[in-house]
Design a protein around this ligand. Structure first.
Ligand code: FAD
Length: 370
């Protein structure tokens, strides 16, 4: 599939203008503040960017998963950060289950206000006892008349501090994958409390929280899809989440490479720019190779996944795309840190996006050049 149609070039241009005008001047302050303002969600909705990938029938702007990834790529390439993507587009992981379930009341109450930029959505699966083993989750929801009574807690929840409604994985049945359901739990429901923001190594502007549920009464009308079908719903949507993270990773690598190229051209040591040294050029070539391989492979997997998400080996290829791109990002960011030396130890506003993304390579900072 083409990632470069005239329509997608326009989408890129719109995204770039939006990022340069509405995001870049404010991002350092948001990274320090630890969260994004709600006004940004409204502005992104007004620009037609927030609802891309969601059908117009539920309040979205239409478009497909490639269009969504064009926005992600371009926001990062124009100076946004991966944390910004996580915080601004949390509904990309929080809402698809509701859209697939297609309950009109839920679409009106929980989907439309988020795509209009008025509300914020989140997805809560991980628990303090663990995140990888989703089938073992413990948060319990017991049916009581026309409500569920929810008790338990969720950890590391993106946009958890700000979220108005949280798509929450709960145990409604017996042990294992077959006993899990999805319930939308609204902020302000008695017994639902939110921790102080968790302080992370990166993704600073993306607020992250622990959510606690102490006998929270949730209307049964907030059940997403059929009872005990939650595991399947989650696994279906995890593919898109993993692919989105892969795109964030190769886009971050590409941004990092571009900034490093600028730097080595102007930084002189021993009377010559760094870019004139063969050892530095080898490093740049390797950064470019890793970035391009990650981008090419990820895009190919996205194309195949869009053609047939159930095709035999796609689940593993989606996971491999994420791991390939994240490994490339780590390497590229690490080499950028090597080329920029002391600046790599500073979290400068100019580079906070890149450093925030590559949380495991915290040495990605580079110099402010103006
Ligand atoms: C910034 C950030 C934002 C997040 N946002 C959200 C969110 O919005 N919603 C949400 O629900 N969660 C969120 N998470 C949580 C994330 O999904 C979990 O961290 C992830 O699922 C892993 O769970 P865990 O950290 O509990 O690790 P664990 O499950 O405890 O695993 C620990 C380590 O052991 C490895 N491991 C696990 N099982 C095996 C095995 N069988 N064999 C070998 N190795 C194994 C894992 O790969 C991992 O390296 C977020 C996390 C971060 C860091």
């Amino acid at each position: 599939m083409s990632w470069d149609t005239p329509e997608r070039q326009l989408l890129r241009a719109t995204t770039r203008r939006f990022t340069e005008r509405e995001i870049v001047p404010h991002l350092p302050a948001w990274e320090e503040a630890g969260e994004l303002p709600r006004s940004l969600h409204r502005a992104a909705a007004k620009a037609g960017l927030l609802g891309v990938g969601f059908p117009e029938s539920v309040g979205g702007s239409g478009g497909d998963p490639i269009d969504v990834q064009i926005i992600v790529e371009e926001m990062i390439l124009s100076g946004g950060s991966s944390g910004l993507i996580a915080g601004l587009f949390t509904h990309g992981i929080g809402l698809p289950h509701l859209v697939a379930a297609n309950d009109q009341d839920q679409l009106d109450r929980f989907v439309r206000p988020v795509l209009a930029g008025e509300n914020i959505a989140a997805l809560a699966v991980t628990e303090p006892e663990g995140g990888s083993d989703v089938a073992a989750l413990r948060t319990r929801a017991v049916r009581d008349g026309d409500h569920y009574v929810v008790t338990g807690s969720k950890l590391f929840i993106t946009s958890g501090i700000r979220a108005d409604a949280v798509t929450t994985a709960v145990r409604t049945g017996g042990p294992g994958a077959g006993g899990i359901s999805l319930l939308v739990i609204e902020r302000g429901t008695p017994g639902f409390t939110v921790s102080a923001p968790l302080k992370k190594m990166g993704w600073w502007c993306s607020d992250t929280a622990e959510l606690r549920f102490d006998e929270v009464r949730v209307p049964a009308a907030n059940l997403v899809g059929a009872e005990n079908s939650g595991f399947g719903q989650l696994m279906t949507q995890f593919a898109a989440e993993r692919l989105g993270l892969a795109v964030q990773a190769y886009a971050t690598a590409a941004r990092c490479l571009a900034l490093t190229l600028d730097w080595v051209k102007i930084r002189e040591t021993f009377d010559r720019p760094l870019a004139s040294r063969q050892v530095v050029r080898h490093k740049l070539a390797e950064m470019a190779r890793r970035t391009d391989v990650a981008r090419t492979y990820t895009r190919a997997v996205i194309d195949d996944w869009m053609a047939d998400p159930t095709h035999g080996d796609l689940v593993s290829r989606v996971a491999m795309a994420k791991n390939t791109a994240v490994a490339a990002c780590d390497e590229v960011v690490d080499t950028a840190g090597n080329c920029t030396a002391a600046w790599a130890t500073c979290v400068s506003p100019r580079w906070s996006g890149t450093t925030a993304t590559a949380a495991s390579s915290a040495s990605a900072a580079a110099p402010p050049r103006s």
